[in-house]
Design a protein around this ligand. Structure first.
Ligand code: NAD
Length: 482
């Protein structure tokens, strides 16, 4: 048990409808001041076995539960989330350092929406029967079984429920392993789901590190689906662990997405879009961290960008007026700083920031804009995952597209242009799972979400989620003799 931001959090695992401890624990630190928040149960193969067994036992009954009843259960969880928005927001902010104002008004309402959306989608999920020489083809979405869901720290409950909700809606049972740097709201979710009446064993949470709990879970032979959001190196380990069992995978990974600003763009909008990339202190997979700007407007764009970005308020994420909080963890902070130092050492220039915020200390890193980085250097090609943007210029549309596509990633791309024909031409040529034109982060759960190239494997959202979480079955029935 821990008291976090005035909320009591049970930091054990949640297995088969019970809180379960472990002999070992890990210390969860707050990014706000690097002080311990909680001692959290540190699971491994034993706890994973118990959770997968509980999920396997609960599966047949949950899979047979009618769609209406499953949808009702998910709506009840959503109601529970709505009732606890303030507590969830406070705990999440203490745990991962993201802004309380976005947790209160954006993230936690979206968490509830994840449950409502997939509950409602389930009720309309279907496919018209069709006929082959008098035979009827009927498509069923059968639940797959136990789903292993592994999530990162940057948007813990939002990303967990983006997986939990469709997995449960589809009739599966779940073992969730949250990130060890922000494990707490997953524990609260387990309590909310239990209060909402979700049967024991349908949702299980195993706490622990990736190397111990995560690795045991993805290698488990009774797991039928693995949905993972996190980094590319971890995705490789998970793919290797899943290979012997041929467990189907959905991988939502990192990015190095571009924001293309053409000379015909509304410059105020373009600047707003660029500054938005510092949201969540840059710890956003979709962030368009590479600003690719037409050389003819680069000077004016940069001037306006520096003016706008210079007014961002960095500080305690618990304050409503804060725009940029801390980095998640000392190790991550050092990694971000390493990228910037090496870039500056290689001859790049910091037009903004360029290092830790020494006024605030701790894990606060200044919003940074790096220019003149050598072509092909890591700051231009690797995911930094901090408040660090790069600026490059292009002369032609052709060059802009080549630069946009010039990394091993393909998660998202954003365009600012005033020309619809250009928008159509360029979007058609971008390698990205999501492309935004004159907007950013507009997300609809009906839409497919995922990455191309090394940004991911598969798509989730709407039907795509049910395709992944189900064993889709086609039954062909001969005509019955009269
Ligand atoms: P990470 O890969 O280090 O960890 C993610 C999760 O995997 C954690 O729960 C961790 O404990 C677990 N894990 C680690 N090793 C494991 C193993 N061997 N087997 C099983 N599980 C293991 O990623 P992170 O640092 O937590 O998150 C940041 C990364 O996530 C960034 O690359 C970011 O772009 C990406 N991300 C992607 C999306 C998306 O939707 N595409 C969304 C958010 C974050």
């Amino acid at each position: 048990m821990a008291e976090v931001a005035g909320v009591t959090v049970d930091t054990g695992h949640w297995i088969g409808g019970e809180r379960v401890g472990s002999a070992a624990a890990f210390t969860d630190l707050s990014p706000i001041d690097e002080q311990p928040l909680a001692e959290v149960a540190r699971g491994g193969p034993v706890e994973v076995d118990a959770a997968v067994a509980a999920a396997s036992r609960a599966f047949p009954a949950w899979a047979r539960t009618s769609r209406e009843d499953r949808a009702r259960a998910l709506h009840a969880i959503a109601d529970g989330v709505d009732e606890h928005v303030e507590e969830l927001a406070r705990v999440e902010t203490a745990d991962n350092g993201a802004l309380i104002r976005s947790h209160r008004r954006g993230v936690m309402p979206r968490v509830a929406h994840n449950f409502r959306f997939f509950a409602d989608w389930l009720l309309r999920l279907g496919h018209d029967d069709f006929e082959t020489r008098g035979h009827r083809n009927h498509v069923d979405w059968d639940p797959a079984g136990v789903c292993a869901l592994i999530t990162p720290w940057n948007a813990p409950l939002m990303l967990a429920t983006w997986k939990v909700a469709p997995a449960l809606a589809a009739g599966n049972t779940v073992v969730l392993k949250p990130a060890e740097w922000s494990p707490l709201t997953a524990s609260l979710l387990a309590g909310i789901a239990a209060e909402a009446g979700l049967p024991d064993g349908v949702l299980n949470v195993v706490q622990g590190t990736g190397a111990e709990a995560g690795a045991a879970l993805v290698a488990h032979p009774d797991v039928r689906r693995i949905s993972f959001t996190g980094s590319v190196p971890t995705a490789r380990s998970i793919s290797a662990a899943a290979a012997p069992n041929l467990t189907p995978l959905s991988l939502e990974l990192g990015g190095k997405s571009p924001l293309l600003v053409f000379a015909d763009a509304d410059l105020d909008l373009a600047v707003d879009l660029a500054v938005e990339q510092y949201d969540n202190a840059g710890q956003v997979c979709l962030a368009a961290t590479r600003l690719l700007v037409d050389a003819s407007i680069a000077e004016e764009f940069t001037e306006r960008f520096l003016d706008r970005a210079g007014r961002l308020v960095q500080g305690d994420p618990r304050e409503e007026g804060t725009d940029i909080g801390p980095q998640i963890h000392r190790r991550h902070f050092e990694r971000v700083d390493g990228f910037v130092r090496r870039a500056l050492g290689d001859g790049a220039r910091a037009l903004l920031g360029g290092g830790p915020n020494t006024d605030l200390g701790g894990l606060y890193y200044r919003p940074t804009l790096v220019a003149e980085a050598p072509e092909g250097s890591e700051i231009l090609t690797e995911e930094v995952f901090g408040p660090v943007l790069t600026l490059q210029t292009f002369e032609t549309e052709e060059q802009a597209v080549a630069m946009a596509n010039g990394t091993r990633f393909g998660l998202a791309a954003t365009l600012a242009t005033g020309d619809p024909e250009r928008a159509a031409r360029v979007t058609g040529r971008l390698a990205a799972g999501t492309v935004w034109v004159n907007c950013f982060f507009v997300r609809d759960l009906r839409a497919p979400f995922g990455g191309s190239r090394q940004s991911g494997v598969g798509r989730e959202g709407g039907d795509w989620s049910f395709d992944f979480y189900c064993d889709v079955k086609n039954t062909v029935m001969a005509p019955w003799e009269k």
